[in-house]
Every structure is written in structure tokens, then in C-alpha cells.
Design a protein around this ligand. Sequence first.
Ligand code: DAH
Length: 348
Amino acid sequence: MTNELDSIVDSARQAFAGAATPAQLEDAKARFTGKAGRLTELMKGMAALSVEDKKSRGAAINQAKQAIEEALSARRRALADAELEAQLHAESLDVTLPGRMREPGGLHPVSRTMERIEQIFASMGFDVADGPEIESDWHSFTSLNNPPNHPARSMQDTFYVDLNGDDGIPYNLRPHTSPMQVRYAHAHIKKHRDAAEIPEIRVIAPGRTYRVDSDATHSPMFHQCEGLWLGRNVSFKDLKVVFTNFCRTFFESDDLALRFRPSFFPFTEPSAEIDIQFQSGPLAGRWLEVAGAGQVHPTVVRNMGLDPERYIGFAFGMGPDRLTMLRYGVNDLRLFFDGDIRFLRQFR
Ligand code: DAH
């Protein structure tokens, strides 16, 4: 009997030692102390014994059971230790590796320019307005004294959207921010409809614009910033003061020269192209075109809903992409829109 129990304990120890995983170990345990385990069978066999025998035999079986349970928990611990050891080994941490940095983000150079433009004009009392990029033909062209079939439209040949406006003419991706002149004026008049007199308009409207154009200095999507100052006695002189002030502040250069070169736009009369000239630096001496401008055409003022005899002033449209290229010395416009992180990182 004792021998039998000893051999059961022995084989339990062997089975446990042979279990390579916790699952195998639990299987092995079931074979000895489980419901149909060998030890459990022996216990059942005790029913027929005398009280005396039951006592001694029960004690022996209990001893064997204890030995098995000790072996079991020792093996459980060993397996858990081994598992932890393997895990630690697999997940080994090399504290000498460089950290995975999360790089700080930065504003796109054109966004920086936009913010700068807004700040400078805000300091001169200009409101900043925003408008739709999908624009009606009337706002983009007709309201700006650029009637259907007029050859001046071809200066801004653009993208059309497959959707007709009220006039039956397709919407377009706005080729310039100039439609914002009329949009803003309408909103301005509505806002002040109860006033004895509509106050003057002083606003800039920066945003995205679109044209069928693509080379090193033209992108089909680009940026413009419109400016409009309409009031009682706003003159070309004011345009010169405002724009000169803007350019000198923007480029942080007091000796920047400006030139107003006669030009043509349907929405202004007279019209000018504004060139700037740096007196020092790599671009010194060259005249660089930065904006179109002029006195707002009476037809445009009328389309705004204002009386051109009473409201007079100027408008301008400039290219923030161009200003950004000049300020940072970038020679290819496409770099702004390629999304190359090596380029953009330099402006962080
Ligand atoms: N809209 C013109 C363009 O895209 C630029 C421009 C010229 C805007 C003269 C104006 C202006 O407001 O007065 O070429």
C-alpha cells in the first residue's frame, strides 16, 4: 500500500516536471488529484474498510496528497518564473537607443505671411473678411465690370464647376479674391441698414484662388489678398500711403522703393500695377511686381449698392505666395504646395 502511494507521488512528480506549460501542468494535476484522478480513486476504495484501517489508510493518502500538492505548487512557481523570464528577455529595452521624438509642428510659410498681412492691415484699421472659393459668375466677373464675352475675362481663365448659378452660368473656382469686394460691401450695407449713412468700408480678404496656370511661378491653386477702402474722400494718395506702409512693415525695410505703373483692370479706373524694389540684399535694384490696384470703378461701386458720387476709394489685390517667396528667398512657388517636410521644416 505504502509502496503504491509512493509510486503515485513519484509519478506525479515526474509528470509535473515534464509539463512544459501551465496548461500541461493542470492536465497532469487532474490525472492525480482530479475527479477521476488516481488518488481520488483510492479514496473512494476506502468505503469498504474497517474504522481502524480507514484511519491509517486515510492518513497515508492525505500525506501523499500533500506531497503531490507541494510538488504541484513548486512546479507552478517554476513555470511562472520561466514565463516571466522569457517575457523580460523578449521585451528587452535598450535604454541607449535615441528617443522617438515628436517633432514640434510649425506654420506653413504662406500661413505666416497671411497672418502677417492680417496683423499689419488690422493695425491700419482694416477688417479681415473671408468668402467662398466656389463663386458665381456674377461675383467673379460681371459685378466687377467684366461682362460675359468680354476679352478681359481671358486674363483669368478659370475652373468651372458643373453646377449653374441663378443666371444659368456655371459657378467657378474664383480666379481672384476681388469678388469679396462686392460680397463684403453687400454684407456691410445690410449690417448698417439702419444707420443714417453707411459708414466707410475698410477691409482685406485673404484666401485661396484658382486658375488654369502651372509653372515655377504659377500654381493652379494660389493665394491672394484683396484690399478695399471706400469712403467719402479716399484717394490714390491714400492707396500709396497704405500700400507703402504695408510693404515697408512687411519686409522690415524703411528704404524699400515702390512704383505705381499704369495698367488695366476692368474693375478699377485708373489702374496700376505695384512694383517694389529692395535697396540691399540679393534682389537689390530689381523691380518686382507684388500687386494690382486702382481706384474702384463707378460700375463696381454701383453693383455694391452704393452711390459712386458719394463713395470713392481704392482696391488692390496682392499675391501672398509671391510675398513669401521674396521674404524668404524661395525661387520655386511649387515648393509651397509639394508638402516636402524638408522644405517646410526650415520655417518652423
Ligand atoms: N484681381 C486682380 C487679379 O487677380 C488683382 C487686382 C487688381 C485686384 C486691381 C484689385 C485691383 O482689387 O484693384 O489679377
